[in-house]
Design a protein around this ligand. Structure first.
Ligand SMILES: [Zn+2]
Length: 350
């Protein structure tokens, strides 16, 4: 007899997502394009509010948006794992190795000693290696629990929104917001604030799951990167670029290859589509637990999950290469600049 699954881990990632009724509804203006027509696309277990998709730009979002209390409830301490560690040790080592490959990308063209901000810095996986290379590193986090164990060289502010962190105008040479924008209740306000605190000519790097990607369309409601209900918004790449332009940024380049995110997205989405296991079961298994906590699922199920996951690795890598060649990455990052003298166009109505 195996112990019952950890209720915390299971509640985090097993929450079911089904198709909505597809009805057209009138909404508040879309934060990307101001459209007020949307269709009900998804329903999330235990969440009253549907996820709707904008008829014009394809942005997905809860409508009406979840309230602050409800959003806070989506992030129990277990979400952040042990201090400094989020996954099982082997996976964690891989995550860090792949993460450090990003660092040279983030440093490209930065002057020595440049001031860099990571919005939603978490445990400072990006900030530590940037400090190693002599940059002045800053981070902002909504949760003190999430920032526990971060690199002591990083100057971290804990604030409910970026605006509340109260950085001076034109302060940073580069701002990185890595898989965070989709978690925020008001992403446009955050993009506007990033525009304000970035120096003219400074650079913004923003990564999100791509709601118009091949992987998203193939997976439908089974898509791993929907990460509902924590992802309050589902950005199509085109919608993200539109939002950046609207606020006064100039998108320079899109990047479609992510070894950390995209192959795993194929594996977990395919398993979710098959419905043979609990939703996101492999991810729940890989997620680190407390030392005294029993592993989730019975031994036989754990073995089947690992074996099937391993078998799918070559296929997932091949699919990742294909989606990259088609410029349809399951997750994408966009590099945008703040041009000298450009100003936010929509601050007044934010
Ligand atoms: Zn829209």
């Amino acid at each position: 007899m195996s112990p019952p699954p950890s209720p915390n881990a299971a509640q985090l990632y097993e929450q079911d997502v089904t198709d909505g009724d597809g009805a057209r509804i009138t909404t508040d203006p879309c934060p990307v394009c101001d459209e007020t027509q949307a269709t009900r696309r998804f329903a999330v277990e235990r969440i009253e509010t549907p996820v709707v998709v904008c008829e014009t730009c394809g942005l997905g979002r809860f409508h009406p948006m979840l309230g602050p209390e409800e959003i806070r409830g989506l992030y129990p301490d277990e979400y952040y794992g042990e201090p400094g560690v989020k996954f099982q040790p082997l996976v964690e080592r891989l995550v860090r190795w792949v993460g450090e490959r990003h660092i040279s990308f983030l440093c490209r063209g930065l002057d020595p000693g440049a001031r860099v901000l990571d919005v939603g810095c978490g445990r400072g996986v990006i900030l530590g290696p940037l400090a190693d290379r002599g940059f002045e590193v800053h981070g902002v986090e909504i949760s003190a629990e999430a920032a526990r164990g971060a690199d002591p060289r990083a100057e971290i502010r804990i604030a409910p929104t970026l605006r509340d962190a109260d950085y001076p105008e034109a302060f940073f040479d580069e701002i990185v917001i890595w898989h965070v924008l989709e978690h925020l209740a008001d992403p446009r306000a955050t993009v506007e604030e990033m525009h304000r605190i970035l120096k003219p000519g400074g650079r913004l790097v923003v990564a999100v799951p791509n709601f118009e990607s091949l992987q998203a369309r193939w997976s439908g409601n089974a898509w791993f990167h929907l990460d509902l209900p924590r992802h309050l918004y589902q950005f199509p790449l085109s919608g993200l670029r539109q939002l950046l332009e609207r606020v006064g940024f100039h998108p320079e380049s899109d990047h479609h290859f992510s070894l950390r995110q995209n192959p795993y997205g194929w594996i977990q989405s395919a398993m979710n589509r098959g419905h043979a296991f609990p939703r996101n079961a492999l991810y729940t298994l890989l997620h680190r637990r407390g030392a005294d906590e029993a592993p989730p699922y019975a031994t036989g199920l754990r073995l089947r999950l690992f074996a099937l996951g391993a078998l799918m690795v070559p296929l997932a890598l091949a699919a990742t290469v294909v989606e990259t060649l088609l410029r349809s990455g399951a997750t994408v990052h966009v590099v945008a600049t703040r041009s000298p003298g450009a100003s936010a166009t929509s601050r007044a109505d934010a």
